[in-house]
Design a binder for this molecule. Structure first.
Ligand SMILES: CC(C)(COP(=O)(O)OP(=O)(O)OC[C@H]1O[C@@H](n2cnc3c(N)ncnc32)[C@H](O)[C@@H]1OP(=O)(O)O)[C@@H](O)C(=O)NCCC(=O)NCCS
Length: 176
């Protein structure tokens, strides 16, 4: 399944994306904010494409202008999700930050989750310190639900995480 926005094509990851993935996912400003360790080499990126980024609703964000995969966004069964809920997660290569690209991608994925997957409730979370991610979630009109302390095992860090959610009914009625 492919999804489109003005500037992005959202499509499944492919093995040949490994170089681009390594280029952006080896940046220490990206992975730890999502709870994972920066990629150490291209081989690791290739393996992650096959084992982690192969989820049913996990998309490479391909910049239409250059055809390069520059980020990732996914809907997955997160720790706080009830049976049919999904959680939204995302990251973008640092050179592309600040152009509204992730808001564009996240908005499309939320629409996909509610309309095509008929998901009743979508969750989203960010570390208290992650003001950029917070802003995206606010723009998507998610409601703040609770704050909890979590350990990200891969990076061995204890962090305060804000959780947010939005119901399909709220989206349908244009509320929020
Ligand atoms: C979070 C991330 C995806 C943002 O991507 P992006 O494409 O730059 O986001 P957007 O441009 O769509 O929106 C960012 C918003 O944050 C605002 N912003 C930027 N820097 C900020 C800061 N230091 N403090 C507060 N807000 C900030 C921007 O102005 C923008 O809001 P606006 O549209 O109202 O002006 C990107 O920084 C990233 O990948 N970070 C590392 C991984 C990560 O944190 N993933 C999320 C884990 S919860």
């Amino acid at each position: 399944m492919n999804l489109n926005t003005n500037r992005l094509l959202l499509r499944p990851w492919r093995q040949e994306d490994a170089d681009a993935l390594y280029k952006y996912a080896s940046d220490p400003a990206v992975g730890p904010a999502c709870g994972w360790v920066p990629h150490r080499n291209r081989e690791e990126s290739r393996r992650i494409i096959l084992t982690v980024l192969n989820g049913e609703h996990t998309f490479a964000l391909v910049l239409k202008e250059t055809q390069e995969p520059v980020g990732c966004a996914s809907l997955f069964r997160g720790a706080v999700c009830a049976e049919q809920d999904l959680e939204l997660g995302y990251w973008l290569g640092r050179p592309l930050w600040g152009q509204g690209l992730m808001t564009e991608a996240a908005r499309r994925l939320v629409k996909y989750g509610f309309s095509q997957l008929e998901c009743p409730r979508i969750w989203c979370a960010h570390a208290v310190s992650n003001a950029r991610s917070r802003r995206i979630i606010e723009k998507l009109r998610f409601r703040q639900e609770f704050l909890r302390e979590e350990v990200a095992p891969a990076i061995g860090e204890r962090r305060l995480i804000y959780y947010y959610s939005r119901f399909r009914e709220e989206e349908r009625r244009g509320e929020g």
